[in-house]
Design a protein around this ligand. Structure first.
Ligand SMILES: Nc1ncnc2c1ncn2[C@@H]1O[C@H](COP(=O)(O)OP(=O)(O)OP(=O)(O)O)[C@@H](O)[C@H]1O
Ligand SMILES: [Mg+2]
Length: 287
């Protein structure tokens, strides 16, 4: 079979490889690993949010919010319903534009100027509450498809998995404990397993920052425990921002907690510290 030559533009990195800006995930799928070295986190901070405000018809869902996440950190975000936790993730992923403020990924990537796709491709992965796996495809195929999202459709269709990509999928299958189910249709997995598969679909893309919104909602106790173990094992290799209402779970994973209230940071520190904070007690108990 005649192979189609790869057009030159697909072989060119989007950015100068010597530049330390990190949007360069190229079209032929050198992929996330290749751009890992490009995200500049020189000062140890992977995410910088300063004075972020989001208004919906005059209502401030986020109000001069400041938040800094370190490289490799596992940060939990807690706060009452409507505090702005999901909106915060929407801002980071480009789904919602702040009316005011700065949002930087590493030192050089201005998230307020990037599209949702560019942000995802630069290494920010997000998991929504409801699992969105392809039910008719096998677990392995779901991971394979997720891994290919960094390519153009054209490249994706003709691309075979490289040995390295295959190894990574197997590694992720082990991490999410689905190796023995890899050939099963994803639709047959339990709710918790689908959640793990979706986390796996993020992991095959090697994101540097993972955003997880209420990951243990609807999980059994055993699944919640495994999620805690999993997140602790991912921290260090990735930075994680976890929004969760389940305080038992938060206590089991977090060394650093941020409390959000009315769109601003109310308190920050260890879970014990913030739970002892008078203002936090007021907000949660409505005193
Ligand atoms: N698209 C929108 N239009 C108008 N108001 C919105 C929009 N999105 C969010 N809001 C409002 O902004 C506030 C913050 O919502 P957000 O979903 O961020 O809260 P949350 O902390 O995630 O709450 P929960 O714990 O219930 O998930 C809420 O009052 C919500 O009603
Ligand atoms: Mg929410």
């Amino acid at each position: 079979m005649k192979t189609t030559p790869t057009p030159a533009f697909m072989l060119e990195p989007i950015l100068d490889p010597n530049s330390d800006a990190g949007t360069s995930r190229d079209a032929i799928g050198l992929g996330q690993r290749a751009q890992e070295g490009l995200l500049n986190t020189r000062h140890g901070t992977i995410l910088t949010l300063e004075d972020i405000s989001v208004s919906f018809d005059g209502f401030k869902a986020l109000n001069n919010l400041n938040l800094y996440i370190s490289v490799g950190e596992l940060r939990c975000i807690i706060g009452p319903n409507g505090a702005g936790k999901t909106t915060l993730m929407d801002v980071i992923t480009g789904k919602t534009r702040p009316s005011h403020g700065k949002a930087w990924f590493g030192e050089t990537l201005d998230l307020t100027q990037m599209s949702e796709v560019q942000i995802a491709q630069s290494g920010i992965g997000r998991k929504f509450q409801k699992p969105t796996v392809f039910e008719a495809l096998s677990v392995f195929e779901n991971l394979e498809l997720a891994q290919k999202t960094d390519k153009s459709v054209w490249a994706s269709l003709r691309a075979r998995l490289t040995g390295e990509q295959r190894d990574r999928i197997h590694e992720v299958l082990e991490t999410i404990r689905l190796t023995s189910s890899m050939h099963r249709p994803a639709g047959l997995l339990s709710h918790g397993q689908k959640q793990f598969l979706e986390i796996g679909m993020l992991l095959v893309q090697d994101p540097q920052l993972l955003l997880l919104d209420e990951p243990v909602a609807g999980m059994t106790d055993a699944e919640t425990e495994f999620t805690a173990e999993l997140f602790k094992s991912l921290a260090g290799k990735h930075s994680l921002m976890v929004v969760e209402h389940d305080m038992g779970f938060v206590g089991s994973i977090a060394d650093h907690v941020t409390v959000l209230h009315q769109g601003s940071v109310l308190a920050e520190g260890s879970l014990d510290d913030v739970q002892a904070n008078e203002r936090v007690i007021e907000v949660y108990l409505g005193r």
